[in-house]
Design a protein around this ligand. Structure first.
Ligand code: HEM
Length: 426
């Protein structure tokens, strides 16, 4: 193997939008390694584990609203809940809260605000198909002539981002009172802005185009879809494998009885729950949110892979759905949901499994936001399990799965009841 990182393939060239003939690249999609380095350097620290805890109060705020809405709409009325959709509302609102100190409003509204989710699904479908034949993209979406003629239409998410940015500018220039606007100096927007202000090497195209900057932040927000898929997997697997749910509940109840579990579970508490953490790893293994290969290009000079020499320019890739089912790594029951696999066996075996997980990618382009996802998921799952008895409505098979590059689930309905010891929110 060569030392240089492999570049991303043309699949990724389909992902960024084009506005008025200009492609708006992002740290996720760029194929240019120099640009990637330039974009990553100032913001990598914002995503770091040490910064994570400062986002916790923002996640807590959204969890509280989520619980209130579940109580109000489903617990008191006894109506079935489209849990899959509500987990997604949560994941979107938490990104709004972390990024802008303001939720997008999915939880309060109880539906897909301004068709944001639908527009993202359409985009995923486009990328999944056209990404296989990237030159097709040049004919329409990335056609510079067509793009210049097309009216510049920003997605509702980018407009939302721009509004928040304008509000902050108004505060900083004294045109508006800070009290009118909820600003948390530690949210993503404040931290990104501070990082950009400090680093003059940021490409100039970012500066005169705030929509580009904030659009890029919001495209990061699209990762809330992956978090929603992850949450659905975890709850659905637990509900359809009751022995594992019983074990997890026993772990939570024991911690609560010793006074080691808050009503809204803290990040620190969640780390001391081994079975919860095993369920987390197993969920990422059994249903990784990315359903297509993570494609890369063989560099000049070629590359040896498993004894075969591949010429320069060959597209190679690994698919987490395939890698995660390898019985040589994960055991003969690799197709089964069994969180226990992460708790048994020697340390070397567990390390080997961990090193083989591609849930968040691998190498220098590994997911930057993975710690944020850990934070959201490892807090929300035990908090809801403590608060509610959750029962699947209909057959386990009534939930369907579709591969649109991401692999979302549909038709996950549950009945929610408050657990005896917990009061219903007013
Ligand atoms: C369960 C949730 C998530 C999963 C499964 C996930 C998965 C991934 C994967 C597989 C990649 C690598 C893609 C590749 O190699 O082509 C990636 C990259 C990335 N992710 Fe995530 N992600 C999640 C959540 C998030 C969140 C919440 C954020 C931000 C707040 C985020 C930000 C990013 C960024 C910026 C990259 C590009 C990193 C780079 O190229 O340097 N992700 N993610």
């Amino acid at each position: 193997m060569r030392g240089d990182p492999l570049k991303k393939s043309d699949f990724y060239s389909v992902i960024p939008p084009m506005r008025k003939g200009v492609v708006l690249p992002s740290i996720f999609s760029t194929q240019n390694e120099n640009l990637h380095r330039m974009l990553k350097r100032p913001i990598a620290a914002v995503y770091s584990m040490s910064n994570l805890v400062s986002f916790e109060p923002l996640v807590d705020r959204t969890i509280e609203v989520f619980r209130q809405e579940l109580d109000r709409r489903f617990v008191r009325s006894g109506e079935a809940c489209d849990f899959g959709a509500w987990l997604q509302y949560f994941a979107f609102d938490v990104v709004g809260e972390i990024t802008f100190s303001k939720r997008l409003g999915f939880l309060e509204e109880g539906h897909d605000v301004e068709g944001i989710m639908a527009s993202i699904w359409n985009w995923f479908q486009y990328v999944a198909v056209v990404g296989q034949i990237p030159w097709l993209d040049l004919l329409w979406v990335k056609n510079t002539v067509v793009s210049r003629l097309r009216p510049a239409k920003w997605s509702p998410m980018v407009l939302f981002a721009n509004k928040r940015e304008e509000e902050r500018r108004a505060v900083s220039t004294g045109a508006s009172e800070k009290g009118d606007i909820q600003v948390n100096d530690r949210d993503f927007l404040s931290r990104f802005q501070a990082a950009l202000d400090k680093d003059p090497s940021i490409p100039q195209w970012h500066v005169p185009h705030p929509p580009c900057l904030h659009g890029s932040i919001m495209r990061t927000g699209y990762r809330s879809d992956t978090t929603a898929i992850f949450l659905r997997t975890m709850f659905h697997q637990l509900l359809t494998h009751p022995s594992t749910l019983t074990k997890l509940r026993a772990e939570l109840d024991e911690a609560a009885s010793k006074g080691n579990l808050s009503e809204t579970v803290t990040w620190k508490e969640s780390l001391s729950l081994p079975y919860l953490n095993a369920c987390f790893k197993e969920a990422g293994r059994i249903h990784p949110p990315f359903g297509l290969h993570l494609e890369r290009i063989v560099p000049p000079g070629g590359m040896d892979v498993c004894g075969k020499t591949l010429p320069a320019g060959t597209i190679v890739g690994m698919n987490a759905w395939v890698v995660h089912r390898d019985p040589e790594v994960f055991g003969p029951d690799a197709d089964a949901w069994r969180p226990e696999r992460w708790l048994e066996g020697d340390e070397a075996y567990i390390k080997k499994m961990e090193a083989s997980l591609l849930t968040f990618g691998a190498g220098h382009r590994i997911c930057l936001g993975k710690h944020i996802s850990y934070l959201e998921i490892l807090k929300l799952v035990p908090t809801l399990l403590q608060a509610y008895d959750i029962e699947l409505v209909g057959e386990a098979s009534s939930m369907t799965v579709e591969n649109r590059w991401f692999v979302p689930q549909f038709g996950f309905h549950v009945q929610l009841r408050r657990r005896e010891s917990r009061a219903v929110n007013p």
